[in-house]
Design a protein around this ligand. Structure first.
Ligand SMILES: NC(=O)c1ccc[n+]([C@@H]2O[C@H](COP(=O)([O-])OP(=O)(O)OC[C@H]3O[C@@H](n4cnc5c(N)ncnc54)[C@H](O)[C@@H]3O)[C@@H](O)[C@H]2O)c1
Length: 270
């Protein structure tokens, strides 16, 4: 028996590095999964791989009606919803405020926040009734950038910090019916894309020269994550049996980022 036998989840950004690893792990644990993402070809590929265990919906998390379609398809295919995973996001390629032209700032802010913050809220709003019926839970992908500076630029770090407040307030508003938690990965080997047009130098995250070595060196545990490294946390938080009293909580999965200076000291002694 898997940990999530008989459960149904909906995952946004479910074709990406971390999202697709969560979808595969949920299926391996016995769950059925609705997968929403933007890229139809990647959705078709995942469908070929996982078959009847998933239903796929192409859409944009910025649109409420697309979130609704994803929920409706999931309910139609699998009859219930136990867990909503808000995960789709875009990066900002470490772009500093003084490198964003003043005339571009308002639209860049709105476009990044529309995906990374509003997208989570729209998905959450859509799923409230279905999750109340099952006394289910919401899980949001945050980042070490939800707690610390330097892991992104001004827009990404500000948006991820905002989500800490969103999780706390949602957990407060939705208790006792729905638990609301987060997972905060650190640097992970994925092709995470940045907001279009924000930074001319932008490439997918894991194609930045030296990204893997640089990030690994900065971490006390001395390696960057593969997407699969985080998936157990999503399973635990989705499990009523094993985290039924956990809400308003965010699990850090970042190689010990908080103690990085201590890690660097002990490393330098060896
Ligand atoms: N890769 C890292 O180092 C890292 C570190 C910490 C946190 N994260 C977080 O992990 C999550 C997943 O990122 P990833 O690294 O897997 O990136 P990714 O680019 O591989 O995946 C992103 C997914 O989101 C989808 N998406 C993007 N914009 C969308 C939109 N408007 N509507 C619908 N779907 C959309 C993409 O289709 C894709 O499926 C994000 O919340 C990201 O902030 C990533």
């Amino acid at each position: 028996m898997g940990w999530l036998e008989g459960q149904v989840a909906l995952v946004t950004g479910g074709t990406g590095g971390i999202g697709s690893a969560v979808v595969r792990r949920y299926v391996a644990e016995g769950a059925k999964v609705g997968v929403m993402a933007r890229d139809a070809a990647q959705l078709a590929k995942l469908k070929d791989e996982l078959g009847d265990a998933i239903v796929t919906v192409q859409g944009d998390v910025v649109q409420y009606k697309d979130n609704q379609r994803a929920l409706a398809a999931t309910l139609e295919a699998f009859g219930r919803l136990d867990t909503f995973v808000g995960n789709a996001a875009v990066f900002d390629y470490f772009t500093r405020l003084d490198r964003i032209a003043p005339e571009d700032l308002e639209s860049s802010f709105q476009r990044l926040f529309a995906v990374n913050v509003q997208g989570y809220l729209l998905g959450a709003r859509c799923c409230i009734d279905a999750l109340r019926e099952t006394r289910g839970s919401m899980i949001f992908t945050l980042s070490n950038s939800a707690f610390y500076a330097g892991g992104g630029g001004i827009l990404y770090v500000t948006a991820k910090h905002a989500l800490v407040g969103m999780i706390r307030q949602l957990a407060y508003e939705l208790a006792p019916d729905i638990r609301v938690n987060g997972v905060a990965p650190g640097a992970t080997n994925t092709p995470m894309k940045s907001l279009e047009g924000l930074n001319k130098k932008s490439v997918p995250l894991n194609q930045i020269p030296g990204f893997e070595e640089g990030a690994a060196q900065a971490m006390p545990l001395k390696r960057i994550a593969e997407p699969e490294d985080h998936t157990g946390h999503y399973v635990l938080l989705a499990s009523r049996k094993d985290s039924g009293l956990t809400t308003a909580n965010i699990i850090h999965s970042d190689g010990g980022w908080e103690i990085r200076s201590a890690g660097a000291r002990s490393h330098s002694k060896t």
